[in-house]
Structures are given as structure tokens and as C-alpha cells.
Write a protein that binds this ligand. Structure first.
Ligand code: AMP
Length: 279
């Protein structure tokens, strides 16, 4: 497995693969890899001749008061996991390689970035879109793998790839959870033992609304109330948002007629958790 910090060197390796007509998959991550990331990487390895995993804590997607400086990192452990899964190349650039002096171009997907997480993280998705478009241009992958855990991000990346004529196929992968239902996340490391015990309540609340929808409740207000009441039983949680939206447009839906996305973000102390499920 190659470990590359330099864009030109990465391009050189990809060009050699392309000469041999190899297909290329890309899994972008911020590292501190867990089974959620691994499910994306495994799928990429299964579906492509060569796989690139990027590990880059992207400053452009963090707001000024967010956790950029304390975001968990463990490159050595991440490289072991990538190697074990059969990844061909890990791209782990320094910030200056991605954003050299003078950098000033950003990619923004406007309407889709405004609701849900965009309300409390107004610059987050343009940071994501900018770095992901750079990865697409640097690697030129045939397929790129993203988790459904970040459902808004996935919808935005799909829109961006379409709007900007990237030829990459965007592959969405299901949410991987802990045994107690908590969605796996690098940020779960921030949780105190008490918070960790409370954390599955978020998925439980979404699950309760999912069951209610299955039993025939179709109006969003009733379903959202179920989530809020269920989460209120866990006083450590502070809701950022709970919404039911169309999975493609991310616009709120009042009545569930076809599929809808139930998405939530909530604070446990200083840690913001997100989760979602399709209704
Ligand atoms: P991150 O390192 O948090 O930026 O995540 C990198 C990729 O892994 C994103 O596409 C995420 O949606 C995906 N991912 C993170 N956690 C999970 C999870 N629990 N299940 C599935 N995919 C995930």
C-alpha cells in the first residue's frame, strides 16, 4: 500500500493504473477510522481494481468555534486498517498541499446546503464540496463512496457531481451502528461515559417515529412529536433540529406519501451527534 502526501505523486500512481485500464474507487474520510468508514472502503475494494482512501481533516469544513483542533487523529492505526482491507493508496496531504498560499476558490451547492445541518453550520458544506471536488479532480475516480449517515452531505455531493459534470458515480452506503444502535462516528470518542450511555436515545427516538410511520401515521408533525417526546426522556440531550424532508430536495414534507428522510442533530454536552432514517 502506498502512502502519499503529494498531489503530483498521487496523480502519477493513478496514471500508471489507468495505463493498465484499471478502474479506480475513492473513499474520502477525515480519518480516525471505524467500521462505518470500513464498510465504505470494503465496498470500494470489492467494486474497483484500485482504491484510494483520503485521510484529511479538512479545515474548510469546520466553523470558527468548532472542533478542528481537537478532532481525533490516529494515522498509524488508520494505515493499518486500510492495509488490512486491501486499499492500494492512502492520500494524507498536509493542509498546505490542499490549500496553498493564495487559495481562494470555493464550491457551493446553494439551496441543499441551507437547511438541516446548514442552519447551525453555515459554511460547512461549501468546505466539504470544495475538498471533495479537489479529490475528484486529483484522483478522477470511477466511483466515490459516501455514508448515508451524512444524508445531507450525500444529497449535496450527488447534486454537485451532476451540476458540475463530474463523471464519477456516487455510491451511498448504509449507516453502520454500535450494538446499542448509536451510529458510529469519530466524534463518539468525545462522549463521557455518562453521555455514551445516553447516546443511543437519539436512534431510539428516530426508530420510534419509524415504527409509528409503519403503523400508518403519515403526518410529519405527529411523527416529529414522537421523536421529541422520546428524546425528552433523556435529559442530557439538547435537540438542534429534527425534520422530515424529501430525500432529494431536502425540503420539509408535511405528509409522508412516498419515502421521506427523518433527520436529526442533537447535542450531548459539547458533542453534536447526527442520525437519520428513511421513513
Ligand atoms: P468522516 O471521516 O466523518 O468525514 O466520514 C467519512 C465518510 O464515512 C463519510 O462519507 C461518512 O458519511 C461515512 N461514515 C461515517 N460514519 C459512518 C457510519 N457510521 N456508517 C456509514 N458511513 C459512515
Amino acid at each position: 500500500m502506498k502512502v502519499v502526501k503529494n498531489i503530483a505523486v498521487l496523480r502519477h500512481h493513478v496514471a500508471l493504473w489507468r495505463e493498465k485500464k484499471a478502474s479506480v474507487g475513492l473513499t474520502p474520510t477525515m480519518g480516525f477510522l471505524h467500521e462505518g468508514h470500513e464498510s465504505l472502503m470494503r465496498r470500494a475494494v470489492n467494486e474497483n481494481d484500485r482504491v484510494v482512501v483520503s485521510i484529511f481533516v479538512n479545515p474548510a469544513q469546520f466553523g470558527p468555534s468548532e472542533d478542528l483542533d481537537r478532532y481525533p487523529r490516529d494515522l498509524e492505526h488508520d494505515l493499518e486498517r486500510c492495509e488490512a482491507l486491501g486499499v492500494d493508496l492512502v492520500f494524507c496531504p498536509e493542509v498546505e498541499e490542499m490549500y496553498p498560499a493564495g487559495f481562494q476558490s470555493m464550491v457551493a451547492v446553494s439551496a441543499l446546503s441551507q437547511g438541516l445541518c446548514g442552519k447551525s453550520r453555515p459554511t460547512h458544506f461549501q468546505g466539504v464540496c470544495t475538498v471533495v471536488s479537489k479529490f475528484f479532480n486529483i484522483v478522477s475516480p470511477d466511483r466515490a463512496y459516501f455514508g448515508e449517515k451524512d444524508a445531507q452531505q450525500l444529497a449535496i455531493i450527488r447534486r454537485m457531481a451532476k451540476d458540475l459534470d463530474f463523471t464519477v458515480e456516487i455510491v451511498g452506503c448504509p449507516i453502520v451502528r454500535e450494538a446499542d444502535g448509536l451510529a458510529k462516528s469519530s466524534r463518539n470518542k468525545y462522549l463521557s461515559p455518562e453521555e455514551r450511555k445516553a447516546a443511543p436515545a437519539l436512534n431510539k427516538a428516530l426508530h420510534a417515529a419509524g415504527e409509528a410511520a409503519l403503523s400508518g401515521i403519515r403526518d410529519s408533525r405527529s411523527l416529529l412529536r414522537i421523536v421529541e417526546e422520546s428524546l425528552a426522556a433523556e435529559p442530557l440531550f439538547r435537540i438542534d433540529y429534527v425534520e422530515i424532508v424529501d430525500p432529494l430536495s431536502l425540503q420539509p414534507v408535511e405528509k409522508i406519501e412516498r419515502g421521506a428522510l427523518l433527520a436529526a442533530a442533537a447535542w450531548l454536552g459539547a458533542t453534536r451527534l447526527i442520525d437519520n432514517r428513511l421513513l
